[in-house]
Design a protein around this ligand. Structure first.
Ligand SMILES: [Zn+2]
Length: 316
């Protein structure tokens, strides 16, 4: 019954051309092509142009202008233009004669404002840059690893082991009770009014559905059934894949939060949720999040935005 469309970070128009990643001749020719565009990522941020009419787009560098750093192939568009990412220092100056304001921005800040092409490129580039930045040595013997030509894996020059980007699966779930009210909780680490649906990481040796049941029980003591998948989007901050679910809570259960991870949790009818948002008693996650989409899918339409758009990254 449920499907999620237009998730902010699950978009993209550029073909990843995975068969090119180990073709050094092709990669070198692409890097020498002046049409090629490079997205520089530095600690999760890239240069973004904000036009006066609120049009938002990525600012690319030419290969010759790209900083030193690990290079990785992002893909090729329908016009044959090749895109690379580089993890390195952001170019200092905005390109001359460009309209609007150019500044460094986080993916979580602009992911929902970018077009499909740029949202996909930024998400892909941040995920790979985060991995390269934090996985620089062989886990077996500590030797510095060498990226493959396309930058999508690394190899240890001593023992020859190959290493691939890591993605951590996390489940995020909207739980409803027999009156079709939804369960929203406030994480103890979040600022005052923010609430969301429950979420947690999938543990080793566990299915996503098992993780949904376990996390809801751990955080609220509610036992759920009818767990069903509704959609996913990458959340490379630093390396998650968010797997969205719906689940049902049979009648006769009381919420009990641990007060360490979850400060409070409550059932909301649609009318109660809308009234609480309009009264500014609570704030929902921003549109870039899958949580927002799952909540609005249950609600039946868009909900007012009250979340302040100062989205500094949280360590998580
Ligand atoms: Zn090694």
């Amino acid at each position: 019954m449920t499907s999620l469309e237009s998730l902010a970070l699950a978009r993209g128009t550029v073909d990843r051309v995975t068969h090119r990643r180990n073709n050094t001749q092709w990669l070198d020719a692409a890097w020498a092509d002046p049409r090629t565009r490079v997205l520089v990522v530095s600690d999760g941020r890239a240069l973004v142009r904000f036009d006066d009419d609120e049009h938002v787009e990525l600012v690319f560098s030419a290969p010759a202008e790209a900083p030193a750093g690990v290079r990785f192939l992002l893909g090729q568009d329908a016009d044959g233009v090749v895109y690379f990412g580089v993890s390195g220092d952001l170019p200092a100056a905005a390109p001359a004669a460009a309209a609007g304001t150019v500044r460094a921005a986080w993916l979580r800040e602009v992911g929902a404002m970018l077009g499909d092409r740029d949202a996909g490129l930024f998400t892909h580039a941040v995920a790979l840059a985060n991995w390269h930045d934090t996985h620089t040595h062989c886990p077996l013997d500590g030797t510095p690893t060498i990226p493959d030509p396309g930058g999508h894996s690394t190899r240890c020059p001593v023992d020859g082991t190959e290493h691939f980007p890591r993605t951590d699966p996390a489940v995020i779930m909207l739980v409803t009770d027999p009156d079709d009210r939804c369960l929203l909780a406030r994480n103890a680490a979040w600022p005052g009014r923010r609430v969301s649906i429950l979420a947690g990481f999938v543990e080793p040796g566990e299915s996503a559905e098992q993780a949904v049941i376990r996390e809801v029980a751990e955080e609220t003591q509610i036992k759920v059934t009818n767990v069903r998948y509704v959609g996913s989007q990458p959340w490379p901050m630093p390396r998650s894949l968010m797997l969205g679910f719906r689940a049902e809570a049979p009648a006769g259960q009381a919420i009990a939060v641990d007060r360490e991870e979850i400060a409070e949790a409550h059932w909301f009818s649609r009318d109660e949720l809308l009234a609480a948002i309009q009264a500014r008693e609570i704030a929902l996650p921003p549109p870039v999040s899958i949580a927002r989409h799952i909540i609005e899918d249950w609600f039946g339409g868009p909900l007012p935005s009250t979340w302040p758009e100062t989205l500094a990254p949280r360590p998580s």
